[in-house]
Structures are given as structure tokens and as C-alpha cells.
Write a protein that binds this ligand. Structure first.
Ligand code: ADP
Length: 501
């Protein structure tokens, strides 16, 4: 190209210097500049333009050295000016070209460098294939695509991939246009097709973008979970941009986290059990002692000369009743220890409060704590896990007892309330040591504890339990000292009446 340009420049020079035509031949140097534009940079253009102006002057001097001619001089000047203007324009073109190339390079670097898989695709043919059914409306087309997997696949194979970045190629390999079907074969999972159907429908419905989670089989055979976002052009003739973010690792991490939380919940329950053992032992001992006493009495009534069957029956009824009571206590103990799936039965919150306070009765008595129960009657039930909610309440009450160990006033108040829009509120108020400001923020953080023997997971577990019931839990400082913990859980049917403190 450079040689052709040089030959052209030489030709123009010869023609300009030695021909007798009275025209501005030198203006043809503009063509030289335009040709130079293809292979040189800004400096090159300036140098070539200066060279062309030089040749124009030299051509004039050779051609008109003997007869200086005003007309020829004017033509030479006009040519030189035209070359200069053309040079300025060429420099501008070259500079904006460079800018464009830089921005394209930047775009290319982002396109290739990102870990998000990106495809640029043309949906035109797939849209054309769907057009006859689309006339009957999107719902009809959705039904059709759902019922005819073969046609849906056909549409997928009609999508032309114009470009794909490295991440996309690493994910499902090259979508070879000549053999699309084979290229898709290994990657296609039923969920991939469903995702494609939804993306195609969104495109045909004229939406601007669409996001869906999709499973896809990667080239290495692994099943990957991806979040696919399709961005549709406003102008149908332009390409669709599909990007897919691999979230397999994130989902695996979330599952592991859920498992750890479940495990931690169980550990915390076992810890709660430790604290409970003393009072449970006492509770079980009481009915057992009653069983023994009643059974002995029954034996005595029977061993009389004339056995008193009425008294014996009464004693045996007591035995049965006390036996059941002991069984119930053991059952509660077991259900707290057993690891199980979250139950979603109807739960009577007042019953839970009563049960938990019965369990800690002995602890309260031992620390001379007076307990007041203020339950709003006829609360609606909530959908939840009775054992987990028992665990929360047990934790709040144990903390309250602990906080009141060293204080002069020892008053525990537990109440329930109901609000038709917000749900059921349970509050545990103590007159204990209270919580300093800087601790308030960290209370529910895992492993925050101020107790020498504490694990610091009770409140964080309680919060995750309450949140899994779509509720919330919070703490409040009492004006008169001590702390009140509240938790609120929405009811399944938010009706009824009551007062929220
Ligand atoms: P742990 O009881 O093992 O310390 P928790 O998560 O149950 O774990 O409690 C974390 C911390 O919150 C406690 O160590 C204590 O400092 C504070 N706390 C909880 N409840 C109360 C309360 N009623 N009064 C004062 N401080 C409390």
C-alpha cells in the first residue's frame, strides 16, 4: 500500500511539474493522503502532507521557473491549502479511529476478562418460527412451547451465536453455528430448555430484560446452577445479550451454612438441656414418688382382710395419672434433644409460655425470683415449631434468671399479646443487671457472651429461629432497670383482638 501511494505521489509530481495543463493537478495529492490514512499514524499523515505541499511547491518551481505566472502560483497555493485541510481532516479521522479502537479494546477486555459467561445472539429466526403461534397470544405460545419440546429445541437451534467470551466457551464450549444441535447436546438439561423458553417468551413479549435461574451441564460434565440475564435490544434487528453467572459454589456454601446453623441450634439445645437437668430431675422425681406412695397404698388396701376395691381403684388412678405426668416430662426432654426437621404445626404460644415456666419453676424458687404471668387469653395459633419456640423462650428466661442472680429486686414478668396486623408478641421482662449500651448492638451476634461459662449462641440461635418463623426479636432497656426481650411472630390468620404492650 505504501509503495502504491509513493508511486501515485511520484506520478502526480511528474504530471504537475512537466505537463502543460493549466489545472490544479497538485490537488490530487489529497488522494495520496487518503491512501496513507490506511497504513500510517497521525505523525505519518502530517509528514506526508508536508511532503505533498513540498512537492507542490517544487512542481511549481520546475514547471514555471522561467515564466513566473500568477495563475499557476494561485493554483499551487489552492492545492497546498486543500492538502493542508485534507491533512487536518485525516488527522481527526485517525484520532477518533484510535479513540474508537481503544474503547473497543476496553470493551473486549471486559467482555473477555469477566468471569460472567456472555453470548451475543440473534433471535430473529427463532422469533420468525414462533410468529404464526404468537399471533394467538403469548399464553397460547407458552402452552405450545411447553407441550412441544421438539419445536422448542428447534427454536433454540435457530438462535445464531454471533459472539461468546472465554467464560462462555469454558462453560458450554463453542456453539458451532454449522452444527448447533451437536454443540448443544451435552449442555442441554430440562431446566436449560425451560430457561430458554422463558427468555424467548420475554423477548417476544417485548420486555427489555429477563432474569432466570437455570441449570446447565458444563463441558467438564458438572451440573452448574447459573443466574441467566437476557438483555433485549429496543430495536429488534440488534442482537440479544445473554449473560450467565455461575452460582453453584454460592448455593453450596449457603447449604453448608444452613447445615451448620441447624447443627449449632442442636448444640445450643443440648446446652439448654444441661441447665434444665436439675429442675427436670426434680419434676420427674415428684410424680415418681407419688406413683410409689399410691402403689404402696393400693397394696395396703388390697392386703386387708376385706380388700377395699374403691380405695385401690382411686390409688391406681393416681398411679396412672402421675405416670403420665412423668412420661410427659420425659417426652418434652427428648423432643428438645432430638434433631429434627422444622415442624410447621399450629402452635399455642400461651401453652409454650406456661410449659417453659413450669420447667424453670425450681430455678426461680432457688433464686427467690417472683414470676408474674400475664397471658392474653384466646390467642390465635401460629404456624411454627413448638420445640424451637420453647427453646427461644427457655433461653430468654434463663438469661433473665442469670441477670437477676445478684440484684436486690428479682421480678420476672412474662406476657403475651396479639395485634391483628402484626401478630403475636411475647415479652420477658427482668429486673436484672441490664445491658450496657455497647453490648446492645452485639447481643444477637454469634459467640457474644459476658458469662464465664457462656457460649454466646443462645440469642443468635433464638434470632434465627424467630426469623425462620418470619418474625423478629429485640431487646429493650427498662426505665426502672433490667431488660425486656420481645419477640413477635405473625399469625397465619391475622384476626382477633388483643393489646400489645
Ligand atoms: P450466653 O447466655 O451463653 O452468654 P446468649 O446469646 O444467650 O449467650 O446471651 C449473650 C449475652 O447477652 C449474655 O452473655 C449477656 O451478656 C447478654 N444478655 C442476654 N440476656 C440478658 C438479660 N436478660 N440481661 C442482661 N444481659 C443479657
Amino acid at each position: 500500500m505504501a509503495i502504491a501511494t509513493a508511486i501515485l505521489a511520484a506520478g502526480i509530481f511528474a504530471f504537475d511539474a512537466f505537463s502543460t495543463f493549466e489545472i490544479a493537478v497538485a490537488a490530487l495529492y489529497i488522494v495520496v493522503l487518503l491512501m496513507a490514512l490506511r497504513f500510517t499514524n497521525v505523525t505519518g499523515i502530517i509528514l506526508i502532507a508536508l511532503g505533498c505541499i513540498g512537492l507542490t511547491i517544487l512542481g511549481y518551481l520546475i514547471g514555471h521557473a522561467n515564466d513566473p505566472n500568477e495563475g499557476a502560483m494561485l493554483r499551487g497555493a489552492v492545492s497546498a491549502l486543500a492538502i493542508a485541510i485534507a491533512a487536518v481532516l485525516c488527522v481527526q479521522i485517525r484520532m477518533s479511529d484510535a479513540r474508537l479502537r481503544r474503547s473497543e479494546e476496553r470493551y473486549r477486555n471486559i467482555f473477555q476478562g469477566t468471569s460472567v459467561a456472555i453470548w451475543e445472539q440473534d433471535f430473529t429466526e427463532a422469533a420468525n418460527a414462533c410468529a404464526p403461534i404468537l399471533q394467538q397470544g403469548i399464553p397460547r405460545l407458552r402452552d405450545y412451547l411447553t407441550a412441544n419440546e421438539g419445536f422448542l429445541k428447534h427454536c433454540l437451534f435457530l438462535v445464531r451465536t454471533l459472539d461468546a467470551n472465554d467464560a462462555a466457551k469454558q462453560l458450554i464450549g463453542d456453539l458451532d453455528q454449522k452444527n448447533v444441535q451437536q454443540s448443544w447436546d451435552a449442555a442441554l438439561e430440562p431446566e436449560t430448555l425451560v430457561a430458554f423458553r422463558e427468555i424467548l417468551l420475554a423477548f417476544l413479549a417485548g420486555e427489555s430484560s429477563f432474569t432466570i435461574e437455570a441449570a446447565i451441564r458444563a463441558v467438564n460434565g458438572e451440573l452448574r446452577t447459573t443466574i441467566v440475564t437476557a438483555t433485549f435490544p429496543t430495536d429488534r434487528s440488534r442482537s440479544v445479550l445473554i449473560n450467565s453467572l455461575d452460582v453453584t459454589a454460592k448455593i453450596a456454601a449457603e447449604q453448608a451454612l444452613q447445615q451448620s446453623i441447624a447443627e449449632l441450634t442442636r448444640v445450643s439445645r443440648i446446652a439448654t438441656l444441661g441447665a434444665l437437668t436439675a429442675s427436670i430431675g426434680h419434676e420427674v422425681n415428684q410424680p415418681l414418688a407419688a406413683v410409689v406412695t399410691n402403689a404402696e397404698a393400693a397394696l395396703r388396701w388390697l392386703s386387708r382382710e376385706r380388700p377395699d376395691l374403691g380405695e385401690t381403684t382411686a390409688c391406681l388412678k393416681e398411679v396412672v395419672q402421675e405416670g403420665r405426668r412423668a412420661g410427659g416430662i420425659i417426652h418434652r426432654l427428648r423432643s428438645l434433644a432430638v434433631k429434627g426437621e422444622l415442624a410447621r404445626g399450629p402452635v399455642d404460644v400461651n401453652a409454650i409460655v406456661t410449659q417453659v415456666l413450669a420447667m424453670v419453676q425450681r430455678d426461680l424458687a432457688q433464686h427467690q425470683i417472683s414470676a408474674v404471668l400475664d397471658l392474653t387469653p384466646d390467642l390465635p395459633t401460629i404456624a411454627g415449631d413448638e420445640v424451637q419456640l420453647q427453646q427461644v423462650l427457655m433461653n430468654l428466661v434463663n438469661n433473665a434468671v442469670h441477670a437477676m442472680k445478684a440484684t436486690a429486686t428479682k421480678e420476672l414478668r412474662v406476657w403475651s399479646a396479639f395485634d391483628a396486623t402484626r401478630g403475636i408478641l411475647v415479652s420477658v421482662r427482668d429486673s436484672g443487671s441490664g445491658i450496657p449500651d455497647d453490648h446492645m448492638q452485639r447481643l444477637f451476634a454469634p459467640f457474644f457472651t459476658t458469662k464465664a461459662e457462656g457460649m454466646g449462641i443462645g440469642l443468635s440461635i433464638s434470632r434465627s429461629i424467630i426469623e425462620s418463623h418470619h418474625g423478629r426479636i429485640w431487646a429493650e432497656r427498662n426505665e426502672s432497670g433490667g431488660t425486656t426481650f420481645h419477640f413477635m411472630i405473625p399469625t397465619a390468620t391475622a384476626e382477633g383482638s388483643g393489646n400489645l404492650a
